[in-house]
Ligand binder design. Structure first.
Ligand code: ATP
Ligand code: MG
Ligand code: MG
Length: 552
């Protein structure tokens, strides 16, 4: 598939193959099934699958499901669907929870080697004893329990003899280490909870820092690619692999997280938006989730091209959300059929056009791709135009319709506004126009020129359609990882992120299927919404408008 270009992770892989350290590259994408995947995960997917693929290696999809309280099969299923949709096939599908017995044995091995102990301190006490960056940690009074006592207590933890939080198992490393991660990290906790995969079999669960390196080693992963916030955990990762006497020694390599402006990307925040009803589900088109982007109308190609453009590096600055839009526009330009739709209808009666007559006009499906052929558009005495394309008292340089002015109807004729009909409130409800039969599009008419071209649909054969226009979900820049921001991100939710309009589209759109994508003349690219579209009504999500000042 798409090549990722040269980068520092690929360099490590090349070196390891050349030196004979490995003869095959094995990577994994390890999501926790506690939410839907987002565009940041797409980056991790593309790096893991993409790099392994470049070396004819393998990639596992592994569910990192060691926290029963937050995990669910709904998430497992959505993650599988999204990875496939992005265009990737895993070599193996694994669940970390399938390794619980193996992990337990490795923990027992650590105890037997005098490298792990059962601690009775509370979570708060453990935090307090751990110290800070500038002060050393303090040893727990339980640190010197005998191996026999530890083995017995750990077995009893597993048997369910203790309540949540009553005891933990900790690695015995170094309470004075400058790296806080090495100050006797907790490696097992008690949680009397039902697990989506193992049910009630376990009431103790391994912590991420202990479980993850074991999972990688069990699967013979060669390069364990993760994001930079795990850099400080690398010494612990290596300690676990080493002291648990794992045969495989995977190498952890960190890269910079992807952040995008005008959105949030932590699953916890996305879940909050869903749970508190700010959006209509994880697949709401405003969400940065893969399923939301799919529903909005992004293509897998556009997401892959975007991620490739952001590159693989250690840095994690925020990428402008307009760059995403740029890539979907580029991808759809040559794929999407063109059509016309009226988002805000204003009726126009063409008074000199014969009553009852319907004429079929020819239009290209995509002028940039002639092979896509032609379509027929009906034209008659009554049409709809956009409300915005008429002004009773226009400013200078307004070239669309106003009393006495003539414009071109795309693919049809010139029409001239002769009369304005208003309702009792003075609102314009209809225009009376005349057309000039000599100006028919495609006949080479050169008699005179008009400055404005507007779109339209025939009124009596058009199809009712709903248009959903989106603005950024989060106002003002990027998610930042500070505590204050955490509290206030809901305040930045854009109250006007969705505008719903009722209008009309060309009759040939009647056959459209969910996820069909179109370029509506002057309005941009739209996707047929898979959730709200019914046999009676088409619903279109705007993917992106036509123009942008954004430059790569
Ligand atoms: P979040 O912080 O958004 O909740 P997470 O890291 O907890 O995400 P996981 O399910 O553990 O979510 O992520 C699976 C993989 O995707 C991990 O290797 C993680 O580092 C990577 N990943 C998550 N978010 C991003 C991101 N924004 N950019 C790049 N990779 C990411
Ligand atoms: Mg995680
Ligand atoms: Mg997280």
């Amino acid at each position: 598939m798409d090549n990722l270009g040269s980068n520092f992770i690929k360099d490590v892989m090349i070196k390891d193959l050349e030196s004979g350290k490995h003869d095959k590259i094995i990577t994994r994408f390890p999501p926790e099934p506690n939410g839907y995947l987002h565009i940041g995960h797409a980056k991790s997917i593309i790096i893991n699958f993409g790099l392994a693929d470049e070396f004819n290696g393998k990639t596992n999809l592994r569910f990192d499901d060691t926290n029963p309280l937050k995990e669910d099969v709904e998430y497992v299923n959505s993650i599988k669907e999204d990875v496939k949709w992005l265009g990737f096939e895993w070599d193996n599908l694994f669940f970390a929870s399938d390794y619980f017995e193996e992990m337990y044995k490795r923990a027992v091995l650590l105890i037997k080697k005098g490298l792990a102990y059962v601690d009775d301190l509370s979570a708060d006490e453990i935090r307090e004893y751990r110290g800070t960056l500038t002060s050393p940690g303090k040893e727990s009074p339980y640190r010197d329990r005998s191996i026999e006592e530890n083995l017995d207590l750990f077995q009893r933890m597993r048997n369910g003899e203790f309540a949540n939080g009553e005891k933990v198992l900790r690695a015995k490393i170094d309470m004075k280490s400058p790296n806080i991660n090495l100050r006797d990290p907790v490696i097992y906790r008690i949680s009397h909870a039902t697990h989506h995969n193992t049910g009630d079999k376990w009431c103790i669960y391994p912590m991420y820092a202990f479980a993850h390196p074991l999972e990688d080693a069990i699967e013979d992963v060669t390069h364990s690619i993760c994001t930079v916030e795990f850099e400080d955990q690398r010494p612990l990762y290596n300690w676990v692999v080493e002291q648990c006497e794992m045969a495989s020694k995977p190498q952890q390599i960190e890269f910079g997280r992807l952040n995008v402006t005008n959105t949030v990307m932590s699953k916890r925040k996305l879940k909050q938006l869903v749970d508190e009803g700010f959006v209509d589900g994880w697949d709401d088109p405003r969400m940065p989730t893969i399923s939301g982007m799919r529903r909005k109308g992004f293509t897998p190609e556009s997401i892959r091209n975007f991620v490739r453009e952001t590159g693989v590096s250690k840095g994690s600055g925020a990428v402008d959300s307009q760059m995403l839009e740029h890539f979907v526009r580029e991808d759809l330009k040559l794929k999407a059929p063109r059509t016309m739709g009226i988002l805000n209808p204003l009726k126009v009666v063409i008074t000199n056009y014969p009553e009852g007559q319907i004429e079929l006009l020819d239009a290209e499906i995509n002028p940039e791709v002639p092979e896509m052929g032609m379509r027929k558009i009906p034209f008659s005495r009554e049409i709809y135009i956009e409300k915005d394309d008429f002004m009773e008292n226009p400013p200078a340089k307004y070239f669309r319709l106003f009393p006495g002015n003539e414009v071109r109807l795309k693919h049809a004729y010139f029409i001239k506004c002769e009369e304005v009909i208003k309702d009792i409130n003075g609102e314009v409800v209809e225009l009376r126009c005349t057309y000039d039969p000599l100006t028919k599009s495609g006949t080479g008419f050169t008699g005179r020129k008009v400055k404005g071209t507007i779109h339209w649909v025939e009124a009596n054969n058009s199809v009712a359609a709903e248009f959903r226009l989106y603005e950024p979900l989060i106002l003002d820049s990027t998610e930042e990882e500070n505590a204050e921001e955490e509290k206030t991100f809901l305040d930045k939710v854009n109250p006007d992120s969705l505008v719903v309009l009722q209008g009309f589209v060309e009759p040939n759109m009647r056959e459209s299927m969910p996820h069909d994508k179109f370029q509506f003349f002057r309005h941009g690219y739209f996707n047929v919404d898979p959730k709200h579209t019914t046999v009676d009504k088409l619903v279109f999500n705007r993917i992106v408008s036509l123009k942008s000042s954004f430059k790569i």
